[in-house]
Write a protein that binds this ligand. Structure first.
Ligand code: MG
Length: 403
């Protein structure tokens, strides 16, 4: 089944009389209303194609407003709208016909808070005979007034809903309904459910709650901005690292930045400091930035015998470049010898210095493996590390990438 979404973006926003751009092109917390309204459809696994319908000459403006989403593979070239909302949707339905959709969703570009759940529920409720629309129950008591503003009657609200979008229909029936409405000279329908009802189709209401608000007046814009500026949860990420190096004949080992006299040495291209290596990978893990072997190839002569503290410092710089603040680094060494406890404080200081954090945010622990396995047989030393990094919420606030 092919599902296409039509985003109706041809409004001129005449009710926002401040002379600024139409509401779909205005910014909400750094992204346009249009991008926010379109993205949930582009990202929805059940939606195959997305078509924007814009005013004549606004295709480029629309592209800019979408930011990184403009190159999304599901997005079609925008269609041009008509003089009324109804004509705009009709043009969109005609343009999307090339994709032969089974189900079409029609959504207002001025609704930037549509949820994936609402999209999925509307799609699930559509059948060849029945449309489905997002809606919310009325919570205010309704009154009818006379010309003077005096109440004539109270209208029972239990069966009353506010129609929202998306509105979903099987493609052929809604195209037919639009064509009949046009042929009958009707161009005053304010939503597609009204056209479907007029044409005799059944349309189901899907309760989606009031969050899916439409931006019509300036105060809606203010409300939407207030909502997006509410403090987000911090973006806390954890990374892990693990490393092993072989013990070979020698007289010292480097562990967590400290040179310790020993009866053997760790074999490696650099100083083979497993503690620093595991900590480096843990930091890289918080930014999904490959691993130490990728950044510091063991074939590169620059790193022959190199102090591994510089690898950790490089990973820390990558993290802070992305706005991350390193909260802690915790390292566990797995070895029978040498004894770690006498060097623990110095090791923490060395890791802290390389990572650019306070020493009390670093922990170095050690354990034997009770004589078991390669550490127990003193064939090698292993290290585990965990890093926690706090990123600003805004770092995940702009998912404008194509996928
Ligand atoms: Mg290593």
């Amino acid at each position: 089944m092919t599902v296409a979404a039509i985003i109706v973006a041809a409004g001129s926003g005449t009710r926002m009389s401040d002379g600024g751009p139409a509401k779909q092109y205005r910014l909400l917390a750094g992204r346009t209303v249009l991008a926010r309204a379109t993205e949930p459809f582009l990202r929805h696994p059940l939606v195959d194609r997305v078509l924007l319908v814009t005013r004549e000459g606004e295709a480029e403006l629309c592209r800019t407003a979408l930011g990184g989403l403009a190159s999304h593979p599901k997005l079609l070239r925008p269609a041009t709208g008509g003089a009324t909302r109804q004509a705009t949707v009709r043009n969109g339905l005609a343009a999307i016909g090339t994709e032969k959709p089974h189900v079409v969703l029609i959504h207002d570009a001025a609704r930037p808070f549509v949820s994936a759940g609402a999209i999925g529920e509307v799609i699930a409720a559509v059948t060849p005979q029945r449309g489905a629309i997002a809606a919310t129950r009325l919570t205010d008591t309704l009154k009818r007034s006379d010309a003077s503003g005096a109440i004539i009657e109270t209208i029972p609200r239990q069966d009353l809903w506010r129609a929202q979008t998306p509105q979903g229909f099987s493609y052929e029936p809604i195209v037919t309904a639009h064509a009949r409405a046009q042929a009958s000279g009707r161009d005053d329908f304010t939503d597609d459910a009204a056209i479907a009802e007029w044409a005799g189709m059944t349309v189901t209401l899907i309760e989606c709650g009031p969050a899916n608000l439409k931006i019509t007046e300036q105060e809606d814009m203010d409300m939407a901005r207030a909502r997006l500026s509410a403090p987000d949860l911090p973006d806390v990420r954890t990374g892990q690292g693990f490393d092993v190096h072989r013990l070979v004949p020698g007289d010292h080992v480097w562990l967590c930045g400290i040179r310790i006299p020993h009866t053997s040495t760790l074999e490696g291209h650099s100083d083979a400091d497993v503690g620093m290596h595991a900590a480096t990978d843990a930091l890289l893990g918080t930014i999904s930035d490959a691993d130490i072997g990728e950044h510091f190839k063991n074939t590169d002569p620059r790193w022959r015998g190199a102090r591994s503290a510089q690898f950790l410092a490089d990973a820390a710089r990558r993290v802070t470049d992305r706005g991350g603040r390193i909260s802690n680094i915790d390292v566990t060494l797995l070895c029978e010898a040498p004894k770690v406890a006498p060097h623990r404080r110095e090791m923490c200081a060395a890791i802290a210095q390389a990572a650019g954090i306070a020493a009390d945010r670093v922990s170095v622990k050690a354990t034997t493996t009770e004589g078991l396995g390669f550490p127990g047989r003193r064939e090698g030393i292993a290290a585990l590390a965990t890093a926690t990094v706090v990123f600003p919420s805004s770092a995940i606030e702009h998912p404008d990438a194509p996928n």
